[in-house]
Design a protein around this ligand. Structure first.
Ligand code: NAP
Ligand code: F7E
Length: 376
């Protein structure tokens, strides 16, 4: 009999990769989607219609729908990936974030318990390096104290502790993967990496003038999402439930990511100034020699800082220690290196922007709209 998995947040970056991974392993995969006025299922469009892939409506803010879908699917494994996942947005919508990212986790655990499925069903909770927040030690491992530093992180901290509580109180197989930032060509366009790779692609093709960023000194441990979903599965295959840090063990700044992304798009940047006055100037423009129809970018300011992207409290020093995951899960944290990750994202976005043709201009207008801080 094929194992049955239920993935909440199946339309997201991780949900789409995890679906592919589990289908490959022979699972029957069920995913939850939400009703919205604009259907955005681009990331899973290629899976819809496959015989072992099924979608159900459920919202983590709605207990009845959570109970209903778990009772109907009766999964062997639940991967709770659904969340309001944008840290900056959590400052604008803190109550919604708490309801979905904190109480939503409780709704899943309690549904499994009330349905009498505690022995049958294993639960993975998508926890986060944001729990370390205003970090108390560098690098961070499973024993590093938490200091959440945003409404998102505080909500996720509740999720982490309620999973631990149900594990100890009811002997349930439920655990958290404390995942550090993981990115891909499917990353949401308002997270910093994707915002940068799309801007590098558009600027190199003459479709955007300038990229506006917030805190460029911020440090992150960035991995490849496709590699990370394997860990979610591995965490649920262990003899006993345990929490794991999943990270590459390598750290870079937002500025370094930007420099490398633009280099892959044929643009060498030099940064000058500090804080709000910092600018990234083009010192070499490789593509303009090959491409007609756009003037050279050399000497132009292509990156600027905007206070719109500063956060009331920002997490600035995340660096994970994946020793436990390497030893116990046998996982390779640097299967895809930082350099490879940036390259694959930029190459994807250069092709995407080029193929969008006329639509690219519309996308650029949207990008400018986003950059003005109207939407984060
Ligand atoms: P994502 O692309 O933003 O996807 C989030 C998913 O959650 C989407 O499918 C979204 O559905 C769904 N969702 C949002 N609110 C919901 C609700 N009320 N009810 C049901 N579904 C809802 O996020 P991701 O990057 O794939 O991350 C997956 C999970 O890992 C999230 O929990 C995130 O907080 C956590 N995490 C991510 C990272 C990272 O670096 N990516 C690191 C650590 C932890 P719609 O399409 O309908 O909006
Ligand atoms: O910001 C800085 C920003 O929004 C990274 C989520 O998946 O990973 C993600 O959260 C850093 C921050 O991701 C801009 O201030 C500078 O310091 O890409 P981000 P995040 O906040 O780390 C964690 C692990 C999760 O769990 C979350 O779900 O980059 N930054 N300038 C900027 N950030 C954005 N978004 N936009 C900027 O213009």
């Amino acid at each position: 009999m094929a194992k049955v998995a239920l993935i909440t947040g199946v339309t997201g970056q991780d949900g789409s990769y995890l679906s592919e991974f589990l289908l490959e392993k022979g699972y029957e995969v069920h995913g939850t989607i939400r009703r919205s006025s604009v259907d955005f299922r681009e990331r899973i469009a290629h899976l819809e219609g496959k015989p072992h892939f099924h979608l159900h409506y459920a919202d983590l803010g709605d207990s009845m729908s959570v109970l209903g879908v778990i009772g109907k699917v009766r999964p062997d494994e639940i991967y709770n990936l659904a969340a309001q996942s944008h840290v900056q947005v959590s400052f604008d919508s803190p109550e919604f974030t708490a309801d979905v990212d904190a109480v939503g986790v409780l709704r899943i655990l309690e549904a499994v318990r009330q349905l009498g499925m505690t022995k049958k069903c294993r639960i993975y909770q998508a926890s986060t390096s944001e729990l370390y927040g205003k970090v108390e030690e560098v690098p961070q491992n499973e024993n590093t104290p938490f200091h959440p530093y945003s409404p998102y992180a505080v909500a996720k901290q509740y999720g982490f502790w309620i999973v631990k509580e149900y594990r100890e109180a009811y002997n349930m197989y439920c655990c958290s993967g404390i995942l550090f930032n993981h990115e891909s060509e499917r990353r949401g366009e308002t997270f910093v990496t994707r915002k940068i790779t799309l801007a590098a692609a558009r600027i190199s093709q003459g479709l955007q003038d300038c990229l506006y960023l917030g805190n460029m000194d911020s440090l992150r441990d960035w991995g490849y999402a496709k590699d990370y979903v394997e860990c979610m599965w591995l965490i649920l295959q262990q003899d006993k439930p345990e929490d794991f840090v999943i990270a590459t063990g390598v750290q870079h700044s937002v500025r370094e990511f930007t420099e490398l992304a633009f280099r892959h798009a044929g643009i060498e940047l030099e940064f000058k100034g500090e804080g709000l006055d910092e600018i990234g100037i083009c010192v070499k423009d490789v593509r303009s020699k090959k491409e007609k129809g756009r003037e050279s970018l050399e000497g132009k300011v292509l990156v600027r800082v905007s206070p719109d992207f500063y956060r009331p409290t920002d997490v600035v020093n995340l660096w994970g220690d994946p020793t436990k995951a390497k030893a116990k899960l046998g996982w390779n944290p640097v299967k895809t290196t930082f350099e490879q990750l940036v390259q694959l994202m930029v190459e994807h976005d250069i092709a995407k922007v080029a193929s969008e043709g006329a639509a690219a201009k519309v996308r650029t207008n949207l990008a400018e709209y986003l950059e003005k801080g109207v939407v984060k």
